[in-house]
Design a protein around this ligand. Structure first.
Ligand code: KG4
Ligand code: ZN
Length: 343
C-alpha cells in the first residue's frame, strides 16, 4: 500500500493565522487564530496583521502538530500561501514555511490562494453532502478579496471567465455592514440579521455589466447613500429597519451572483457549479443556488461546510498535497506576490 502523505499547510494571506495538517485528504487538525485587533478599525490593518502573524505562527504550527497527534518528523512537505494577499502577512507565512522546509529537509510547496479555495472541495468531508465535484466545473469564487467565475478543467487547469471590475463582493458586504454599525467582518452579521427580514422591503437596482464580469461599487454607493438620506430624515431608520435592510441587500447580491452564473452555464454548457470563498457561507446565496438546482435538473451545486468557506490552513494543505503528487515543488527563492497574476 502507498504511504499516506502528511502535509502541513500555512495560510497567512490576510488577518487569520491558519495552520492545518492533513493525512492524504483527511484533515487531522485545522487551527485558526483570528486577529480580533482589526474589529475596532473596521477593516484589516496590514501592518498589524503581519505583526500578529509573526506573534501567532509558531504557536499555531505547534498546536496543529499536537492536535494531529504526530511529531514534526512525520511531516512530508510544507505548503504555504504565496499570494495573492497582504504582502507583510504573506511574508511571515513564507519565511516560516521556508525555514521549516530547510530545517526538516522536506519539500516546500507554494500555493495560490484562489486555487486553494477551489481545491478545498477535494478535502475528505468538506462538502455538506460528502460529494466531490467531477471535472469540468464552474467555480463561483466569492470572498473578501475576490469575486470570479472560474472554469476548472483540472486541479491545475483553471481559467478566469469573469471578475469584478471594482470591489469584491465580500468587501462590499463588509462596507455596507459597517454603515449598519456591525464590526468587521460584517458579512456574517448581516447574514444573521437577514434571517427574519423582509427582502422585498427595499429595492435596489442591479449593476449593468456585460458578459461575465461583476461590478459592486455602484451598488455599494447606492445602498450607503440611501441609508444616509433616510437617516437624515429619521435618525432611528437603521434601527427600525435593520433586518429588512440586511435581507434586501443580501437578496440583491445573491441574485446578481446567480444571474452571472446562469449566463456562464449557457456559455460553457457546464451545469456543475462549485461555490468557494468566505461569502459562499451566506445563507441566502446558498438558498438561491439550491433553489435553482431544484428548478433545473441539469444543475449540480457543490457547497462547503461553513468552516471550509473562509480562509483556513486545510485548503493550503490540500492544494499542497495535489501539487506534491505531481512533483510541483518550489525552491527557496520563490517570491510572494500581493496581486493576483495568473494561476
Ligand atoms: O475567503 P475569506 O475568508 O477571505 C478572503 O480570501 O477574502 O472571505 C472573507 C469574507 C468577508 O468579507 C466576510 O464578510 C465574508 O467572507 N463572509 C460572509 C459570510 N461569512 C463570511 N459574507 C456573507 N455571509 C456570510 N455568512
Ligand atoms: Zn480567502
Amino acid at each position: 500500500m502507498k504511504k499516506k502523505l502528511i502535509i502541513l499547510g500555512i495560510e497567512t494571506s490576510c488577518d487569520d493565522t491558519a495552520v492545518s495538517i492533513i493525512r492524504n485528504t483527511k484533515v487531522l487538525s485545522n487551527i485558526i487564530l483570528h486577529q480580533k485587533i482589526h474589529k475596532k478599525y473596521g477593516g484589516v490593518v496590514p501592518e498589524l496583521a503581519a505583526r500578529y502573524h509573526d506573534k501567532n505562527i509558531y504557536f499555531a504550527v505547534n498546536k496543529a502538530i499536537v492536535v494531529s497527534k504526530i511529531n514534526k518528523y512525520q511531516i512530508d512537505a510544507v505548503s504555504f500561501t504565496l499570494g495573492p494577499g497582504l504582502i507583510g502577512s504573506l511574508l511571515i507565512g513564507a519565511s516560516f514555511a521556508k525555514s521549516f522546509s530547510i530545517g526538516l529537509k522536506i519539500p516546500l510547496i507554494s500555493v495560490n490562494h484562489i486555487r486553494a479555495h477551489i481545491l478545498t472541495h477535494f478535502i475528505n468531508d468538506a462538502n455538506i453532502n460528502n460529494k466531490i465535484p467531477k471535472f469540468p466545473f464552474l467555480c463561483l469564487m466569492i470572498s473578501g478579496g475576490h469575486t470570479q467565475i472560474i472554469l476548472v478543467d483540472d486541479f491545475f487547469k483553471m481559467k478566469i471567465l469573469g471578475s469584478t471590475l471594482d470591489n469584491p463582493v465580500g468587501e462590499t458586504l463588509d462596507k455596507i455592514a459597517r454603515i449598519f454599525g456591525f464590526s468587521y467582518p460584517g458579512g456574517p452579521i448581516l447574514d444573521f440579521f437577514s434571517k427574519n427580514g423582509n427582502s422585498q422591503k427595499f429595492i435596489f437596482s442591479k449593476p449593468l455589466v456585460n458578459g461575465l464580469n461583476f461590478s459592486f461599487s455602484g451598488f455599494k454607493s447606492q445602498v450607503i447613500q440611501f441609508i444616509k438620506n433616510e437617516t437624515k430624515k429619521d435618525s432611528f431608520f437603521i434601527k427600525k429597519n435593520l433586518s429588512d435592510l440586511c435581507a434586501s441587500v443580501q437578496k440583491i447580491i445573491a441574485e446578481i451572483l446567480l444571474e452571472k452564473i446562469k449566463k456562464a452555464t449557457l456559455k460553457t454548457k457546464i451545469f456543475r457549479i462549485v461555490l468557494a470563498g468566505g461569502v459562499s457561507a451566506n445563507n441566502e446565496i446558498r438558498r438561491l443556488f439550491l433553489l435553482q438546482k431544484k428548478k433545473n435538473k441539469k444543475w449540480e451545486i457543490f457547497l462547503l461546510k461553513k468552516k471550509y468557506t473562509t480562509d483556513n490552513g486545510a485548503m493550503i494543505a490540500i492544494a499542497g498535497l495535489l501539487k506534491y503528487k505531481q512533483h510541483l515543488f518550489s525552491t527557496i527563492d520563490v517570491t510572494s506576490y500581493s496581486k493576483f497574476k495568473k494561476f
